[in-house]
Structures are given as structure tokens and as C-alpha cells.
Design a protein around this ligand. Structure first.
Ligand SMILES: NC(=O)c1ccc[n+]([C@@H]2O[C@H](COP(=O)([O-])OP(=O)(O)OC[C@H]3O[C@@H](n4cnc5c(N)ncnc54)[C@H](O)[C@@H]3O)[C@@H](O)[C@H]2O)c1
Length: 386
């Protein structure tokens, strides 16, 4: 088997998602396990880290045993040894940076949202195609073990025909007053590409469409639960994008469902994100890792409200959660970002079909954009075909 190095520019290398998930949990394991076997070749990623802060770059390079890093994006882009450009820096600079990388004729792999709007995304796609470059968008959530198990349960018809679904996501993100905020401040400003719709509905689009069916229309409402926050430098600022949202969705197959996404809610559910799906023969719920199912034989026959509590006799109420079965793990866990990289590298090297192209990334923005519009205008929005 012959060995081949493939040069990858990692832009935004000091950011949370790039340094932890893409570098430490995805590409470094591929490298340290001897590379990726594609057809008769072994592909070894060669990483060039790009960021703005020298000290942080050096630190991340050292921690991951990477020799090449630079603060000069233009010099990185002019290096012909690096044919792939990966973009994971802050959202507001993405379009300009990707356009530069396309001009430098690099294959493009990018974090979400791939562009600020559908029209800008389509323009980007046109440019990539004109340059005949390969392209991909990070759509990692589908490879989470919980979602994979749910997909299998739905596909093998364990729960019959789907009748409805509900996706719930979120946790409390401190505003910085009593406890420092655990998310970067740019997430709460419009000018830096913040807002919950753009951040999370860009995920929920591909999760819902790949597991349940194509979305035909949506209606949303959203609000700012915490209007004032304190940033990384201790400065107060006003939040001008939504931090809490409700969305109703209709799918082309007739199924309806909802999404509740919030950075102003406290967790009392099975996981940080849960997708509940009800079907004619049973129901299934998944979190990040696990999935639970209840078929018709195990479904309790509920005849009405039962508070199950007689004075002085202690609590005797029913534990509904205990009547669900956990779905077994079949496949060993693989980091979802690593799965994305393996697919993208196979696409670049061997032209293998890629599910998460830039076009899919544009559809992700389309859902966010439609929800923003719906929330503003208080109307249902039809999702047009892209
Ligand atoms: N796929 C996912 O699940 C997922 C999760 C989190 C974040 N993201 C996306 O990844 C991106 C980064 O998010 P993060 O949480 O790592 O944020 P972060 O704030 O930790 O990192 C952002 C990085 O961008 C850099 N940066 C900021 N402004 C810049 C500019 N003008 N030019 C160049 N670099 C700049 C910062 O120095 C930092 O290194 C966002 O677009 C976000 O939407 C995706």
C-alpha cells in the first residue's frame, strides 16, 4: 500500500471547535493510527495550523505534536503543498475567507453556517464549481451514536409509520453576571453571525431531513431571554439575536413536529438534545449517545391522570421512564467529526460520493433563514427546493 500525504490548512485552529474536535479528536487520531486507507493508498493528513494568536497557536501545535503553524493566512493559501482548506474560525469572517481559499484553488471543507445567507451560499457554491474544486460542509450530529440508533429503529420499522416528532435542545448559558458565560460573546451579536437559529437550526435541518423526511414549511417564534450579557473582557453588551426559539414544522411526507432550542433553559430531560419520535407501532427517543424505545406491547394503558399519592402512604406513582428499553450499541463509537473528515478525504482523494456537500450546508442555512423570517413576520414559510 503506497503512502500519500495530503496538506490541510486548518483555519481558526485556536478556536474551541477546531482545536478540540477537528484537530485533537479527529485528525490527530487518524494520523496516530497510521493514516486513512482509501483504495490502495494510505493517506496521512499533514496539518498547517492558521490563527491570529501566536502563543495559542504554538500551544495547540505543541499539544498535538504538529510542527507547522502560521499567523499569515495569505502565505498558507499560497503554499501548493496544501490542497485542502478547512474553515472553522468565527462565523462573521467565513464568506470572505472561503472566497480567498477558492481563489487560491483549494478544496473547501467548512464549519457551519457555511455563509451568512442562502444567496451568498449559492454564490460560493457556483465559484467552487467553476474552479472545479471539491467541497463539503461539517454536518456532524448525524453521526452521533444516539441519532444513528434512532435512524436504525425508524428504518427497520420498529415503531411503524411516524406520526409526529419533537426535538428539544439546550441548557442554561450564564450571562456573565454571577457566573462567567460559558459561550463566546460573538454568539449573542448579529454582526458576528450569532443567534440560536443560525447556530443550531443549521444542525436540526440535516438531522430531521435525513432521519424523518424533507421539511416543507415552518413557523417559528423566538425571543431574547437574557438581553444583557458580559463578554470575555468583562464588558456589558446588549444581546440583539434570539437565545430561545420554538418552531413547528411540516414534512413533505405529512408528518408534523416541533423544535424547542434554548440557551435559557435548565436540563431535566435524558440528554442535552433529545429527539422524540412517535409511530403507529411504538415510540423512540434518542439523546447524544443513547436511544430508548417502547413498542405497543410495552405501552402502558393510561386511562387518565393518576397522581398516585395517598396521604401518609408515601409515593406510589408510576415510573413511566422505566418502561422504555435501551437500544443496544452495535458499532464501536467513532467521533462524529472524525467520520466527517474520513468521508471528506475519501471524496477528495477517490471521488467517493459525499452526502454533506456545500449544497447541503446551504439547505441548513435555508432553515435558519426561514425560521428568522417566520419569527419576524409571524407567518408560515414554505421551504423552496434548492
Ligand atoms: N459543528 C458544530 O457542532 C460546531 C460547534 C461549535 C462551533 N461551530 C462553528 O465553528 C465556528 C467557531 O466556533 P467556536 O465555538 O470554535 O468559536 P471560538 O470563539 O472558540 O473560536 C473562534 C476562532 O475564530 C477566531 N477569529 C475570531 N475572529 C476572527 C477573524 N476576524 N479572523 C480570523 N479568525 C477569527 C478566534 O480567534 C478563534 O480562534 C463557528 O462558525 C461555529 O458556528 C460548529
Amino acid at each position: 500500500m503506497s503512502m500519500k500525504k495530503i496538506g490541510i490548512i486548518m483555519h481558526g485552529a485556536t478556536g474551541r471547535i477546531c482545536s478540540t474536535q477537528h484537530i485533537h479528536n479527529a485528525l490527530i487520531p487518524i494520523i496516530s493510527e497510521g493514516g486513512l486507507h482509501i483504495n490502495s493508498e494510505t493517506i496521512i493528513p499533514r496539518l498547517l495550523l492558521v490563527g491570529r494568536n501566536k502563543t495559542q497557536l504554538k500551544k495547540i501545535a505543541k499539544e498535538n505534536n504538529i510542527r507547522e503553524w502560521t499567523t499569515n493566512l495569505d502565505s498558507a493559501l499560497s503554499d501548493k503543498d496544501f490542497s485542502i482548506f478547512f474553515e472553522a474560525a468565527a462565523t462573521h469572517q467565513r464568506l470572505e475567507t472561503l472566497n480567498k481559499a477558492i481563489t487560491a484553488e483549494k478544496h473547501i471543507y467548512t464549519e457551519k453556517p457555511i455563509a451568512p445567507s442562502v444567496s451568498e451560499g449559492l454564490h460560493l457554491l457556483k465559484r467552487v464549481e467553476n474552479f472545479n474544486l471539491k467541497h463539503g460542509a461539517v454536518e456532524d450530529k448525524l453521526y452521533l451514536p444516539g441519532f444513528q440508533k434512532l435512524t436504525n429503529i425508524i428504518n427497520d420499522k420498529t415503531i411503524g409509520e411516524i406520526v409526529c416528532f419533537r426535538l428539544e435542545f439546550g441548557w442554561w448559558v450564564f450571562n456573565g453576571n454571577e457566573v462567567p458565560s460559558q459561550r463566546p460573546s460573538w454568539n449573542y451579536k448579529k454582526e458576528t453571525g450569532g443567534g440560536l437559529f443560525l447556530d443550531m437550526h443549521t444542525h436540526w435541518r440535516y438531522v430531521i431531513e435525513n432521519i424523518l423526511g424533507k421539511i416543507s414549511k415552518v413557523v417559528s417564534t423566538s425571543w431574547i431571554a437574557q438581553p444583557e450579557r458580559i463578554d470575555e473582557n468583562g464588558h456589558k453588551f446588549s444581546v440583539d439575536v434570539e437565545d430561545t426559539t420554538h418552531t413547528l414544522l411540516e414534512l413533505e411526507n405529512g408528518v408534523s413536529g416541533s423544535i424547542f432550542s434554548s440557551w435559557a433553559t435548565r436540563v431535566r430531560r435524558d440528554d442535552l438534545v433529545c429527539l422524540y419520535v412517535d409511530g403507529t407501532k411504538g415510540s423512540a427517543i434518542c439523546g447524544l449517545r443513547d436511544c430508548w424505545v417502547q413498542d405497543n406491547y410495552e405501552t402502558p394503558i393510561i386511562k387518565g391522570f393518576d397522581i398516585g399519592h395517598e396521604p401518609n402512604k408515601g409515593k406510589t406513582f408510576k415510573d413511566y421512564a422505566s418502561e422504555w428499553k435501551s437500544v443496544d450499541d452495535h458499532d464501536p463509537f467513532k467521533n462524529p467529526y472524525r467520520v466527517g473528515w474520513e468521508h471528506f478525504l475519501s471524496h477528495v482523494i477517490a471521488n467517493k460520493p459525499l452526502r454533506s456537500s456545500l449544497k447541503e450546508g446551504i439547505k441548513d442555512i435555508q432553515l435558519a433563514e426561514s425560521c428568522i423570517k417566520s419569527s419576524k413576520e409571524k407567518v408560515w414559510i414554505n421551504i423552496k427546493k434548492i
